[in-house]
Each structure stands twice: as structure tokens, then as C-alpha cells.
Design a protein around this ligand. Sequence first.
Ligand code: COI
Length: 369
Amino acid sequence: MTDTAASSTAEAFRVVRNPNPATDAERAERLKDLAFGLQFTDHMAHMTWTADEGWADRRVEPYGPLQMDPAASVLHYAQEIFEGLKAYRWADGSVHLFRPVANAERLNRSAWRMALPELPVEDFMESIHALVEIDQAWVPDAPETSLYLRPFLIGTDVFLGLRAPKRVDYLLIASPSGPYFKGGVKPVSIWVERDYHRAGPGGTGAAKCGGNYAASLRPQMAAIERGFDQVLYLDAATGSVLEELGGMNVFAVHKDGTVLTPILNGNILEGVTRSSIIQLVEDEDLKVVERDITLTELRQGIEDGDIVEVFACGTAAIVTPVGRMASEDFDVTVGDGEPGPVTLKVRQRLTDIQYGRAEDTYGWMTQVI
Ligand code: COI
């Protein structure tokens, strides 16, 4: 292995090259028919934090298994947070990130909630620049594909006492990916969960911590057994107000053009895609209202034809139409069950900006290559 200086955009990260990177032919094979989150590039970025020294040892190293003490705190007390963002290949071959600083800032809000150290935004950005630069050949160019970036922090303290960790590792891995849901913009079906909640008041709902996602899996499995794709959670305090899906925010479109989405109440994730959509919808001269939306109102609205579209959104899933919603006591088709015009328009506007097909009027894109 050779250590070489990193690029000028990432001089703080030393590079330890993978001695056995994929060959061009192997990489081309692995980039074919991409699904979400199954392929990984040749390298990963890594930094280590200690209570005594702060963040140190910035490096890009070969992608591979981590060596971790079995007493590492993440393995016992789930001291873990993560982010998700994408690098997009434009038609001219250049590579661009979508709102990376928003992810860096959210990572730090999650870090604060989970008693993990904050990561300087410059380190977050440099880690991405360094990794995407060395693994740029892995940024796919097929339609609807991108390099999904997964930054995360884990507590690696070797101590079984419960405390804020005194040692933490930051890692960034990259996964050339296709759509999160197979089959293009096919509407998904949603089971509204009554028995389990994703988050409670004062809990960790707004933090992007692995535990929130782990807790969503039992209801998700039950929903799949019932024949549904995803779960929609209601608030824990009253069981009547919409929150979010297991890994996506939710929007509803009224027939008068008003677009509704649950207000950020500390229980739901402050989605980067969510806030971008709010901006895009407002620019279509439609009104966005962030407020509590009750299940009764949504269900009645869908039944009466007042709510004509529902869609979910997130970095991985982009904008995904919801065609059917059900629970123990109801089963409704949203509109005619097909993706509606607002959903399709918002998805198109967002992806046009992300892939460089439309002008980036908001300054959301950052060129990496
Ligand atoms: C993302 O959309 O990037 C997420 O982190 C959600 C995850 C379930 C894939």
C-alpha cells in the first residue's frame, strides 16, 4: 500500500490506495443494472475522534471490514448516526453533489442529540471530495443512477459503562446505486400503523440515528406480510397525527392546489429533499402548508376526493407516489391510484436540477469533478 498526498481540495486526507481495486471490466460489470445500496467502491474515508485529541487521522483507505473491539459502545448502546446524499454524473461527465452542507449540518444536529462529537463541516466536505475524486470512475451514468454517499459516526469506546463515548469513528462509504424502489415511478401502498410508533415527544425522531430505523422494521415486516410496501407512522402522544414513513417524509396535495406536509415537531426527520420540495412547490405558485395533519382528515379527504395526491420523499427514494393507504378500518385509493401531476412535476423539477438538465437557480449543486 502506498500513502500519497490527496488532491488540493482535500489535502488534509492522506490516501492509502487500495492495492486490489476492481479492474475496469469488473467495475463495468458491477455498474450494470444497479439496484440501491448493493455495490461499493474501492475506498472509504475515515477519521477518528478522541476526547483528548479531537478529530485526527484523516485518511482515505481501502474499502473493507472494520476492526472493532467487541466492547465498542456502538455494538451495545447504538451510538450511531448517519447521513445519505448523492453524487450525480451530468451529461458532460462532471460530477455534482446536491446540498451537501445541509447534510453536514443535520449530521451535527443528530450528533448533538446522541452525545456524539460534531464533525466540522469542512471535514465532511473534504472527506466527500477526497473519496469521490479517487473513486470517480464509480459514479454511474445510466438514467436514474447516482453514487449514494453514506457518511456515519459510531462510538468506538472500549467500555461497557453507559456514557458519551470518548472515542468515535467517522466513516464515509460510497455505493453506486439505482432506484430505491424498483419499477420507476410506480405508486407504493402504505399501511398506517396504529400499534407502534416511530418516535415519541422528546425522543430521537428528528435525529438520523440507526435506532430509529431499526425500530421501524418490525412494523415494516408486518406491513409487507399484509401486502403493503411501506408504513406510515402516527404521533405517539395522540395516535392521530401523521408523522413520516420508516425512511421518508410525506406530502398530500389538496384539489385546490394546496400542498400539505407534517410540521417539523421534533419527532420527524428534517428531510433535505422535504425542504427542497417545499421550495419547488412554492415556485410553481402552489401554497405549501406545514402543519399537523390528522389521519381522519387525510382519510376523509382521500375518500371525498379533496386530497388528490399523496407522495413520499427522501434522498434515496427521491419522490415516490402513494397509490393506496389502508389500516385495520379503512382501505382507500389515492386519486385514481396513479402518480398525480404535482408529484410528477416536483419529481421532474428536482431530478432535472440534480442531473444538470435544468438551471440550478437555488445554488443547490456543488461540483466535485
Ligand atoms: C435516505 O433516503 O438517504 C435514507 O437515509 C433513508 C434510508 C432508509 C435509505
